[in-house]
Design a protein around this ligand. Sequence first.
Ligand code: ATP
Ligand code: MG
Length: 215
Amino acid sequence: LAQRARAGTLARLGIMGGTFDPPHLGHLACAEEALEAFGLDAVLFVPTGRPAFKQDRPVTPGKVRLAMVAAAVAGNPAFAVSALEVERPGITYAVDTLRELREELPGVELVFIVGADAALTLPRWHESAELGRLAMFAAATRPGFELGEEALRVLRERRFDVRPFVVPGIDISSSELRQRVAEGRTIRYLVPEAVREIIEEEQLYRKEADHGRLA
Ligand code: ATP
Ligand code: MG
């Protein structure tokens, strides 16, 4: 990407942050729609290291989530994945990632892509005032979450440059996918096939009892 920035073919970069445990078609449709709606030159998927908001449940190791995201975005030349957060020690914050990208990619406009649920929480993110200065926020519609006029007003009051956009409703969440795997149900066609294969190979999201039986 740094090379593309220097060559002048990267003016606007989308950043899709997430735990991606696992990545699914909702994430991909959201990134693809943002690419088109905001005239982005590329979208960089940044799996979190240790997410600040999700310390209440075990998260799949960063290396494995990174591999799943890499598999999910393979084949789309406009999509890329970054190990920036996975490799950063300690709890990871989006504000640090945006600062690093600013430095690495001078002159590139940064557009942080968030689903409606994540958009609503922006004022509570670490160093939210600084966060709001570093990027524009593209807020995607997501089934089950309402990003209404009042919520947008609050975000703008907090100085977030937030622009809503519509994504074809894909009512999938990683939580639901983990649950399905734990119950032995199918996740085919809800995640890219290559992601499904990694989940199977790594035996992710199975019930503890199953591990016990197999061991
Ligand atoms: P979990 O259930 O574990 O929270 P998730 O499906 O919400 O997983 P995340 O990794 O938390 O996935 O989400 C990363 C980003 O993608 C967030 O900004 C989230 O709002 C957005 N996103 C996730 N699923 C969708 C979807 N189906 N449609 C639009 N945006 C989505
Ligand atoms: Mg989520």
